[in-house]
Write a protein of this length. Structure first.
Length: 555
């Protein structure tokens, strides 16, 4: 057999597919059937990372309190491939991703056949079912890989209805009707209440009572009753603040209301009437009562008070109340009951701040005051039918108003035996005076009396000056004057029998006139009179005149 050397042959490789390579090898030699062409075949394995997760879901079975983290649950990540696993991201995704957290030992890559651990915890932010996913983005087939996460949050859920209470307008200081809010626990755990309080700017204007206690069971509710008693007018706000173990604590119910209050203003706050005649009413002066507030002004009383309250009087248009922004008027008059300074107050008791409100009242009672000097006149004895010498009474007005003189007259038993002449007229101004001259002419013998009566506008009118005197009998003689030259006067002589003698010379010195009144006579007797003319020096007298007689009446 011919043996030939083996020649080196070129092998050609043809790629048949991505996973299978077939080679045709041709051998030329000296063997029978040369060249030989055996057929060879086989598979090549590519390099790749392969992810395996265990487990592929985590169920945080049981109930976890809202806000409290669970124990960690592990997930094992294996690279079962023959290439390095590059980890691009490892994140939590899904509806409640923030309720879960993870830590891991994986880093950014995982060698072939290696593994790492991912620890997941569950901290529910709310009650009820919570879901998310652990998502691993890498260079392995089927990326991203996921682990489903689930758990149940347990906790109270408080609901307030309504979340605001509006009380509207309410008079200051007066409590409103209660309004209620309901606190419901719609969660699956007990709602524990740390505090339930009124807070805010005007918290003291509101008050609350409740049925809640320190806790509310799951699916239960309680009520909070709130009243509004405004301390001042205007808008008032506060809140009911509930601090508890529910999510979003504290919960609040906003409170609002408007305090309504009257504000009374008086203008003017004083009325001065000046001088006013005692007993005479003045012209009315007015004060205006205005309600500048936002609530009705309720008037309890409107009265005159003070030292001289009875000297003033009032009428008004106010009634029992004055509406907000309305006003009324009060008319006051002054009728002084006495002279001098008079004072009082108009006092208004109402529901406004600072009650009672007052208007000060003042005035001066003006009155004439009579002073008489002397206060009586005594005329003594005065011959009947003979007018006395005048006596004077001074009438002074010591008051502060004009004295009006109505009449100046005599009264009493013997009023007609007196007469007067005065300088007073019908009035006398303050601090002025006048004189009254009084004369007495008795018409009878014996004691006589009367009064000077002055009717005027002063207190105690009429004023009176008592008058007294006595009427006496007398004989009035008259004669014809002598025509003889040198006569300087006359002497009067009286005797008890007709024809003389005439022993009594009645005058001590010659009478310079032709009349004489004999006041020394006695009632019931008869007297006889003669007259002589007297020359110079009262030495030479004429013969006696003819005789006259006079019989004095018996009393």
């Amino acid at each position: 057999m011919e043996t030939r050397g083996v020649q080196r042959q070129r092998a050609n490789a043809v790629i048949l597919s991505t996973a299978c390579i077939a080679l045709a090898l041709s051998i030329t030699g000296n063997a029978r059937g040369s060249p030989q062409a055996p057929r060879l075949s086989g598979e090549a394995t590519p390099s790749a990372a392969v992810v395996s997760l265990s487990p592929t879901s985590l169920d945080f079975s049981g109930k976890y309190s809202v806000g409290k983290p669970s124990t960690a649950h592990p997930v094992t990540l294996r690279n079962t491939g023959n290439a390095t696993l590059s980890i691009i991201s490892l994140a939590l995704t899904g509806a409640n991703a923030s309720d879960f957290a993870q830590t891991n030992t994986c880093g950014s890559s995982l060698a072939p056949r290696a593994k790492c651990k991912i620890s997941v915890t569950f901290t529910p932010s709310a009650s009820g079912s919570r879901t998310a996913s652990l998502s691993i983005t890498d260079n392995a087939s089927g990326s991203p890989q996921t682990v489903s996460l689930s758990g149940t949050g347990t906790g109270p859920v408080d609901g307030l209805s309504p979340t605001s209470l509006a009380f509207g307008s309410q008079p200051v200081g007066t409590p409103s009707t209660a309004q209620t809010a309901t606190l419901s626990n719609t969660g699956n755990a007990t709602l524990r209440i740390t505090s339930l309080a009124l807070t805010g700017t005007n918290a003291s204007d509101f008050a609350q009572t409740n049925t809640c206690g320190s806790s509310v069971a799951a699916s239960a509710n309680c009520t909070i009753s709130v009243t509004f008693t405004p301390l001042a007018s205007g808008i008032r706000t506060a809140s009911v603040t509930i601090t508890d173990n529910a999510s979003g604590s504290p919960q609040t119910v906003s409170l609002s209301g408007t305090g309504t209050a009257p504000v009374d203003g008086l203008s003017p706050t004083s009325l001065a009437f000046g001088n006013q005649s005692v007993g005479t009413p003045s012209t009315a002066q007015t004060a205006t009562l205005s309600n500048t507030g936002n609530g009705t002004l309720s008037i309890t009383s409107l009265a005159l008070t003070g030292t001289n309250a009875s000297d003033f009087a009032q009428t008004n248009t106010c009634g029992s109340s004055v509406a907000a922004s309305a006003k009324c008027t009060i008319s006051v008059t002054f009728t002084p009951s006495a002279s001098g300074s008079r004072a009082a107050s108009l006092s208004i008791t109402d529901n406004a701040s600072g009650s009672p409100q007052t208007v000060s009242l003042s005035g001066t009672g003006a009155a004439a005051v009579v002073s008489l000097s002397p206060t009586s006149l005594a005329f003594g004895s005065q011959p009947a039918d003979v007018t006395s010498t005048a006596q004077t009474v001074t009438l002074s007005n010591t008051g502060n108003a004009t004295l009006s003189i109505g009449s100046l007259a005599f009264t009493g038993t013997n009023a007609s035996d007196f007469a007067q002449a005065d300088t007073c007229g019908s009035s006398l101004v303050a601090s002025a005076n006048c004189t009254i001259a009084v004369m007495f002419t008795p018409s009878v013998t014996g004691t006589e009396s009367a009064s000077l009566s002055i009717a005027d506008n002063s207190s105690g009118s009429p004023q009176k000056v008592p008058l007294s005197g006595a009427g006496t009998h007398d004989v009035i003689l008259s004669w014809t004057a002598s025509t003889t030259s040198g006569v300087v006067g006359y002497n009067v002589y009286r005797g008890a029998t007709s024809g003389g003698p005439y022993p009594m010379e009645l005058n001590s010195s010659p009478i310079n006139g032709t009349t004489y009144t004999d006041e020394t006579v006695q009632a019931g007797r008869t007297y006889y009179y003669v007259v002589t003319a007297v020359a110079s020096g009262d030495v030479t007298q004429s013969a006696i005149s003819n005789e006259v007689s006079a019989t004095v009446p018996s009393p």
